[in-house]
Design a protein around this ligand. Structure first.
Ligand SMILES: NC(=O)c1ccc[n+]([C@@H]2O[C@H](COP(=O)([O-])OP(=O)(O)OC[C@H]3O[C@@H](n4cnc5c(N)ncnc54)[C@H](OP(=O)(O)O)[C@@H]3O)[C@@H](O)[C@H]2O)c1
Length: 290
C-alpha cells in the first residue's frame, strides 16, 4: 500500500504511510486525507523537507492528529531564536509539525543554529524576517535585548500574536532575583513597544535547554496572560502541541508579572536541590480542545 506513494516526495509519503497504518485507510484515502486537511501551502512545505529521516515519527503522529482535527499548521518565528529558548521551543514545535523561523541579529548564525537541530521545517533568518514570515512571533531575547529587538518591529508585529517568554531577572552572589520593570512586566513592556501586537505572556519557566533533547519528558503547565482571548487561545493550542505541555489562558496581561516573578523562585529551588522543577496547576480540568 505504502509503495504506491513512491512517486511522491518522502515527507508526504511518511504522512500518508502513518495514516494507512493507524486508520486502516487505503493509500488513496490516506493521500486524500492529507491533501484535504493540510491544503496546498502546507503540502508544499512538507514536500520541501528533504527525507523521511528528517521527519521523526512524532512529527508524523502530530500531523496525523492535526489532520484529524482539521487544524492548520502554523509558522512560528522567534526573535533572538539562537538561544536555548528559541532553539528548544522551536525544535519541539517543529517536531509537532509546525514551521519554525529562528531569528537573529545575524541570519547566518541563525541558519547555523537551525541546521544543528534534529528536525526539518526549521530555518534561520534575521529577526525582521522571522517576524514578517510568521503567523505567531515569540520574543526569546534576554530582557536587556527586548527593547532593541521589539521596538523596530512594531509595525510588522501589528495584528500578530506576540508571545513574550522574557523573564526580567539577574543573578548576584545570593542567586537569582527579579528586576524592576517600569511597565509592570516584560510582557507589558512588549505591549508598550508594539501597541498593535496581540501580546501573550507565557513559557517563562519551561526549561528550554531540556527541550533541546527530544527524548526528555518536560511535563508542566503553561499558563498564559493576555488581554486578547483569541491570541491566548491560539498560543495555548501551540503550547499543547508540544508533548506533555498544557497551555491555557490564565488571566489578563497585567498578571504577567506573576508568571515572570515565579521563575527566579523555581531557578533558586533548582539550584538548591539540583532539580528540574516545573509547575502544574492542580484542580484544573480543562475542556477537551477537540
Ligand atoms: N533558558 C530558559 O530555560 C528559559 C526558559 C523560559 C524563558 N526564558 C526566557 O527566554 C529568553 C531567552 O532565553 P535564552 O536563555 O534563550 O537567552 P539567550 O541565550 O541569552 O539569548 C537568546 C538570543 O537573544 C539574542 N540576544 C542576546 N542579547 C541580545 C541583546 N542585547 N539584544 C538583542 N538580541 C540579543 C542572541 O541572539 P543573536 O545574537 O543571534 O541575535 C541570543 O542568542 C530570556 O528572556 C529568558 O528569561 C528562558
Amino acid at each position: 500500500m505504502v509503495a504506491s506513494f513512491t512517486e511522491m516526495r518522502p515527507g508526504l509519503d511518511a504522512l500518508a504511510a502513518a495514516l494507512v497504518e493507524r486508520e486502516s485507510l487505503t493509500g488513496e484515502e490516506a493521500l486524500a486525507a492529507v491533501q484535504s486537511a493540510l491544503g496546498p501551502e502546507q503540502l508544499a512545505r512538507l514536500r520541501g523537507r528533504a527525507s523521511v529521516t528528517e521527519i521523526p515519527k512524532s512529527v508524523v503522529d502530530a500531523v496525523h492528529d492535526r489532520v484529524d482535527q482539521g487544524a492548520a499548521l502554523t509558522t512560528v518565528g522567534f526573535l533572538g531564536g539562537t538561544g536555548p529558548t528559541g532553539r528548544g521551543l522551536g525544535l519541539r514545535l517543529a517536531l509537532a509539525g509546525h514551521d519554525v523561523l529562528l531569528g537573529s541579529r545575524d541570519a547566518s548564525r541563525a541558519q547555523q543554529a537551525a541546521d544543528a537541530l534534529p528536525a526539518g521545517g526549521i530555518r534561520g533568518v534575521d529577526n525582521a524576517e522571522a517576524c514578517a514570515g510568521s503567523d505567531v512571533v515569540v520574543v526569546a531575547t534576554p530582557y536587556e535585548g527586548l527593547r532593541a529587538v521589539v521596538g523596530p518591529l512594531a509595525g510588522a508585529l501589528a495584528g500578530k500574536p506576540l508571545v513574550c517568554t522574557v523573564v526580567p531577572m539577574e543573578f548576584d552572589e545570593r542567586g537569582p532575583r527579579p528586576l524592576h520593570v517600569d511597565e509592570g512586566s516584560a510582557a507589558e513592556q512588549c505591549a508598550a513597544l508594539a501597541p498593535q501586537a496581540r501580546v501573550v505572556a507565557g513559557f517563562q519557566w519551561v526549561p528550554t535547554r531540556r527541550l533541546l533533547r527530544p527524548d526528555v519528558v518536560v511535563e508542566m503547565d503553561v499558563p498564559l496572560c493576555a488581554d486578547d482571548t483569541d491570541a491566548a487561545a491560539a498560543v495555548a493550542e501551540l503550547a499543547g502541541d508540544v508533548k506533555d505541555l498544557r497551555g491555557f489562558h490564565a488571566g489578563p496581561l497585567r498578571l504577567a508579572r506573576s508568571l515572570e516573578g515565579l521563575t527566579p523562585l523555581l531557578v533558586s529551588t533548582n539550584q538548591r536541590y539540583k532539580a528540574h522543577t516545573g509547575v502544574r496547576f492542580v484542580g484544573l480540568d480543562l475542556p477537551d480542545p477537540t
